[in-house]
Design a protein around this ligand. Structure first.
Ligand code: NAG
Ligand code: MG
Length: 262
């Protein structure tokens, strides 16, 4: 008994010291947001909150949203421009590649992989750096001007996957919500970013305008299936790239905390 107490009392002291330091550093983090916690007010940590918000976005628990929370502007900027975005994308690229290598290809050129373009193969980060990382409501006019420049760089983990899939013998389809009017700029951008040998670039025709991305993309995948293609994999940064009907055997969701497309 005495032995137990003499062992646990210093341990308790040490633990409470650690907790004191930990909570001290937590309340030092910058935040404007005060939330009521019982009788006292505690600071809600934007970093923790915004990381939870980001997870809720990725898991599609947020549903439709138009702007990132104002308090998460700094968080999203740090996520996108720091190491996390690249690292998260790399992990997904490696998992995609692992799956692709496990697929038994028939070898009749009907083994397909579908890629979305924006924030999947091409990164519009330079545009979003200029427009607040999703804090502003999407401006179609200024985004179209950016698309015309055809200057979006490749998202490197997707670029590696794209090339590996071709070596493995997959037939690659690019399926994007961009419109037919943007075909020439999109092709020019893909080529200058290093992408080659896609089978088909599928864009929204005038008759597809007004459809949700999920509807449009499902219809187009369905047409591919009707042509005899087996869609093994699908890579996209939006859930609307991946679900609906005629879905792939495996879908790979790339991160995107900046905007949501239904
Ligand atoms: C959208 O972008 C265009 C072109 O940059 C600009 O002229 C316009 O004011 C913007 N619209 C809004 C609502 O910010
Ligand atoms: Mg996209």
């Amino acid at each position: 008994m005495a032995l137990t107490a003499s062992f646990f009392f210093p341990l308790l002291l040490l633990l409470s010291a650690i907790f004191a330091i930990a909570s001290e550093s937590a309340i030092r983090l910058p935040s404007e947001n005060l939330v009521a916690g019982g009788n006292r007010k505690v600071r809600a940590d934007d970093g923790i909150f915004c990381d939870s918000w980001r997870l809720a976005v990725e898991t599609n628990n947020v549903g439709k949203w138009k702007q990132i929370p104002a308090r998460c502007a700094v968080f999203v900027q740090a996520y996108m421009t720091g190491e996390r975005y690249l690292s998260d994308s790399e992990v997904i690229g490696k998992l995609s590649s692992e799956f692709a290598r496990s697929v038994r290809l028939v070898g009749d050129e009907r083994d397909a992989w579908v890629f979305d373009i924006d924030e999947t193969l091409l990164s519009n980060l330079p545009y979003y750096e200029d427009t607040g990382f999703g804090t502003e409501i999407f401006n179609e006019t200024s985004f179209d001007q950016w698309v015309k420049l055809a200057k979006a760089p490749a998202l490197l983990p997707s670029f590696s996957l794209y090339n590996e899939l071709q070596e493995l013998g997959f037939t690659i389809f690019l399926l994007t919500g961009r419109s037919e009017q943007q075909r020439i700029a999109t092709e020019a951008n893909l080529l200058s970013a290093g992408f080659r040998n896609w089978k088909r670039l599928i864009l929204r025709a005038p008759s597809d305008q007004g459809k949700t991305a999920a509807q449009f993309k499902s219809e187009k995948r369905s047409e591919l299936v009707d042509e005899g293609y087996r869609i093994h994999g699908n890579s996209g940064d939006q859930w609307s790239d991946l679900w609906g009907f005629a879905v792939s055997s495996r879908s790979f969701k790339l991160p995107n905390p900046m905007y949501y497309i239904p």
